[in-house]
Ligand binder design. Sequence first.
Ligand SMILES: [Zn+2]
Ligand SMILES: [Zn+2]
Length: 319
Amino acid sequence: MNRFEISRSTKAYLLLSYVLWPALFGCGLLGAYCAFESEHPLLWFNAVYLSIAAGIALFEYLMPYERDWLAPDGEIVNDIAHTLLTKGAVQVAAAAGVTFPILVAMVAQPHVGNDDGLWPVNWPLPLQVALALVIAELGLYAAHRYAHERLILWRFHALHHSVERLRVFNTGRFHVVDSIVKAALSQVPLYLLGAPLPVFLWVGAVTAFIGLLTHCNIEMRTGFLDRIFSTPRLHRWHHSRDAKVGNTNYCENVVLWDQLLGTYHNPPYPSSTDIGIKGEIAKSFWTQLTQPFTKEGLRQILGRHKKNNAPAAGERVDV
Ligand SMILES: [Zn+2]
Ligand SMILES: [Zn+2]
């Protein structure tokens, strides 16, 4: 127990364990609303995002789910570097995705108006965002499940699962290829349906705050929220070292598709803290980026380099 920790036997601890998830998520959404109404939406949104991340980091010390995970693991710099690279690359791809259809529309279809799109632009914005979250989630689900079941994507996604402790710092630890595939599959359907920019902004905001919360190492009682949203409890199961348990809970925001497609996993006992993969991920940031592209790197990722080519026990991917 560190000297900042709130005693687990107090009423304050119990109350906070119930309200922290909805409170932090609500503060994030309120901050996003203020940012989007301001003259510098991107600047203020990033300020809100960093504030919520800092708040989560603080509560990780006050109310840790697993005390051992508070110790540094030497990966924080790599985690932040992957987060920045991934965010930058996805934003460039998204900007290109926004710009390209506008160019096509201006050059090739000057008379086509927004009214011809399938998107229900007359619905209240919260309903449009809810619809967009469900549609985007199907793309996220497909990309994530495919990444666990096929070597061609697992080689990139393994970086995210190589952590042995979940902290707010490793929320964005994704190989940039992994992130681009997910962004493409989740956002392209919305572009094709003609969703307007505010819908994309809000889907991005919800994804950002739920993402920060899924990796937090805070004791949270999420109860019925586990049935609707991807919570830290569900995501800890997903990171289990046991592949049978880990190949579940693929959804990133709302867990509808996991429930409908039979991959929802939430047994009535505390989620495991034995997380990680059988294989090995390189130590340096640059080698982590190049590792999936080489034969030897792939053997390391699969944990085969030490065992005379024998398949790693419990490996997630059948090849
Ligand atoms: Zn995964
Ligand atoms: Zn994760």
